[in-house]
Design a protein around this ligand. Structure first.
Ligand code: ADP
Ligand code: MG
Length: 701
């Protein structure tokens, strides 16, 4: 693709600033920009003009419908399509799209999870235009649809989606960050923004094989499957040459993403066979979040065009690398000054160190909440399973920065007044970006030069939740720091003692070593860091008094909204495990068991026949013994799961008890069945095995 072509394609399906500037009267454009940049209220008159321009633009591109596009609490995106047609006087068809229809929608939303926030008698949810995220045209075989990114709330204004709290958290962080900037003499900056680049990992498998695996179809992961002779031992897949089919998929994906303005940048093979990654160029977090949703949706859709299925599950294959989403996060001013960039002047350095310490204290104070923000049923097979990252939240800073903090703590590095500005005495700071070369890949929260990389985030989930938590807890840390420093009589002295206090109190969260090692688990325990190895327990952090306090203080979630989310998360966990259990039962009873019996039967006949022919048959007898024993064990384990599934109904209505039962009984049982089924797979002849194996699946494309 030539440069010209690329530029022509990029954003061609987005009602972006360039299009608005072209199509809107100057005055209207200026008003809308004010709303986008400063959050000023949008007048109905402006909305009317914008809606009309948007409609004309969409129709010129061939769109016939529009939809409010929102992100309900099920983690997906939702849409309800309306056409632009209306009936004019005399009954002739005209096209219409009013300002009101642009700004507000009322989808009947009774089927979206609300955790009791929206009583069924008031089943309506309201969608409201988020004009900071551009409208775009979604393309599929039926044509183009104008998608208007919206927030989704109930009649009382309770957030029923993921976007609203994220937007609120950015506001909160911005307000508190500006207080920090003021302390260092910045009198102009009115708001800061959060930048985010979410690297998306995924697997591709052949669709024909996928269809033959009920577990992949119903649960998105393999519930059974013996490890093949070769997976990722040779490291030959990581960054390896792309296969034709995968490469064609990636090309189509890139083009589709570019059209809707998603800045897809890097693509490569990941560690496990059939695993890949896409990294976009970072954007404002709210837009990055919308774009990540679009990316996941397009990955699934486009894989299908190539006879493949895209698996976004965190652990589609046991024993192989799982998938995550590396959430790169930083804070910057509208002029592009990154607060996580070590500065060039001593004063900038002091500000950088303060921001850094604020983040360290936030992560340590709310480690359980941070952990919870990345929890889901799938991630339980990833976090803490001696694979990318452990379930213990810690921060990687690198040796250089850690040393500087140690010096500040011990007071070795005196702050001095130096020509009127504050001198941290740390002359080496500007070189810190070098640090990004000595990366630590095992840390869940790693500083990489000018951003933090939160690596626990699950591959299938929206990034809204984790970023909402990060923004809010850092806002709170900024707020506490500003409260103290704004009152200080001697700013420099107070700043120094504050930094040293924070470091003393929170340095336990800093860990630069190997996060996968067993020693770290021991060490973390000694340091008093929480190690919560399952999502059910971790969710409790959402309703812990300290979390409620912080979220309410910064107007991100009300207690009611938090309790609703807690309930929804537990319920979702229970449902996922329930589906897994039923799928497993179906597969074992209708596929694995009959196949194993057929194999046993054939082996038994062979033994009889061969014996009759007067030959020794010891090895076959041994095989038969193993298979029949395996069948017996499998039956026992399946029986246990069947009983447990029946029992789960007992806990209906009690979300916590239900989820705990699912975790303790169903998941344990699932693992046990898997063990016996996988053993059988290694004995039963390949011709008899009723489903594609791991070898088939991971080398299928
Ligand atoms: P990696 O080695 O992890 O691939 P990269 O430098 O390639 O690191 O960046 C990974 C992701 O981080 C990309 O999506 C990139 O756009 C994003 N990123 C880079 N700088 C920032 C920043 N200042 N804030 C947020 N995200 C960023
Ligand atoms: Mg990364």
């Amino acid at each position: 693709m030539s440069d010209c072509k690329l530029q022509e394609i990029y954003g061609s399906h987005v009602f972006n600033e360039t299009v608005m500037r072209e199509r809107l009267p100057k005055e209207i454009f200026r008003e809308l920009k004010k709303t986008i940049d400063k959050g000023a209220p949008l007048s109905p008159q402006v909305a009317e003009v914008v809606a009309n321009a948007m409609k004309n633009w969409a129709i010129e591109h061939g769109a016939t419908h529009y939809t409010h596009w929102f992100q309900p609490l099920n983690g997906f995106t939702a849409e309800k399509h309306d056409s632009f047609i209306d009936l004019g006087e005399g009954g002739q068809v005209i096209t219409a799209f009013s300002g009101k229809a642009l700004i507000k929608g009322e989808p009947d939303a009774s089927s979206f999870p609300s955790g009791g926030l929206r009583a069924t008698f008031e089943a309506r949810g309201y969608t409201a235009w988020d004009c900071t995220s551009s409208a775009f045209l979604k393309e599929d075989s039926s044509g183009l649809t104008l998608c208007i990114p919206t927030a989704f709330c109930s009649y009382n204004g309770d957030a029923l989606d993921k976007k609203t709290p994220l937007l609120r958290s950015v506001e909160a962080l911005s307000a508190q960050a500006v207080r920090i900037l003021r302390l260092f003499g910045d009198t102009k900056t009115e708001r800061v923004q959060v930048s985010c680049g979410a690297e998306q990992e995924y697997f591709l498998v052949d669709k024909k094989m996928w269809k033959q695996r009920p577990d992949l179809v119903f649960t998105g992961r393999t519930l059974l499957g013996a490890k093949p002779p070769k997976t990722q031992e040779m490291d030959d897949h990581y960054f390896g040459t792309l296969k034709e089919r995968v490469s064609a998929f990636m090309k189509e994906l890139d083009t589709a993403l570019w059209k809707v303005g998603v800045p897809s940048k890097t693509k490569h093979n990941e560690a496990a066979p059939a695993q890949h990654e896409l990294a976009p160029i970072f954007e404002t977090v709210n837009i990055a979040c919308d774009h990540n949703q679009i990316t996941m949706e397009l990955m699934k859709k486009i894989a299908d065009h190539h006879g493949m299925v895209c698996l976004l599950h965190e652990k589609p294959f046991a024993g192989l690398n799982g998938s995550g989403k590396h959430n790169n996060w930083s804070i910057s001013t509208p002029d592009g000054v990154n607060l996580l960039n070590p500065g060039k002047t001593p004063s900038e350095n002091a500000q950088f160190l303060l921001v850094l310490c604020a983040i360290i204290s936030a992560i340590d104070d709310h480690a359980e909440l941070v952990r919870a923000s990345a929890a889901n049923a799938g991630n339980d097979y990833r976090l803490g399973a001696l694979e990318a990252p452990p379930a213990i939240v810690s921060i990687f800073l690198g040796d250089e920065l850690t040393e500087i903090l140690e010096q500040i703590e011990t007071g070795e590095n005196h702050f001095t007044k130096f020509g009127g500005v504050l001198d941290t005495g740390v002359a080496t700071l500007p070189n810190l970006s070098l640090d990004s070369t000595d990366r630590n890949r095992t840390s869940p929260f790693a500083f990489s030069g000018n951003k933090f990389e939160f690596r626990m985030v699950p591959s299938s989930a929206s990034i809204a939740g984790p970023n909402t938590v990060l923004n809010t807890i850092v806002a709170d840390a900024f707020s506490n720091i500003a409260d103290r420093l704004e009152k200080a009589e001697d700013f420099n002295k107070e700043l120094h003692s504050l930094l040293s206090e924070i470091i003393k109190k929170h340095k336990r969260i800093i860990f630069n070593g190997n996060g996968y090692g067993d020693e770290w688990i021991e060490e973390a325990k000694k340091r008093g860091l929480p190690n919560i190895n399952n999502s059910v327990d971790s969710y409790a952090a959402f309703v812990a008094p300290e979390s409620i306090r912080v979220f309410e203080k910064h107007h991100v979630y009300s207690e009611t909204e938090l309790r609703a989310r807690y309930e929804i998360k537990l319920e979702k966990y229970t449902k996922i495990v329930g589906i897994e259990a039923n799928t497993m039962l179906q597969m074992v009873n209708r596929q694995i068991m009959p196949a194993s019996l057929r194999f046993a039967d054939e082996t038994a006949r062979a033994i009889i026949n061969i014996k009759a022919a007067g030959c020794d048959i010891m090895p076959a007898e041994e095989t038969l013994r193993k298979v029949t024993k395996g069948i017996a064990m499998l039956h026992k384990a399946t029986d246990k799961l069947e009983k447990a599934v029946e029992k789960s109904d007992r806990y209906a209505g009690d979300y916590v008890a239900q989820a705990k039962f699912a975790r303790d009984s169903l998941v344990t049982s699932l693992n046990e069945i898997r063990k016996y089924a996988d053993e059988l797979e290694t004995i039963v002849g390949k011709d008899f095995w009723p489903i594609p194996t791991y070898d088939d699946l991971i080398y299928s494309v």
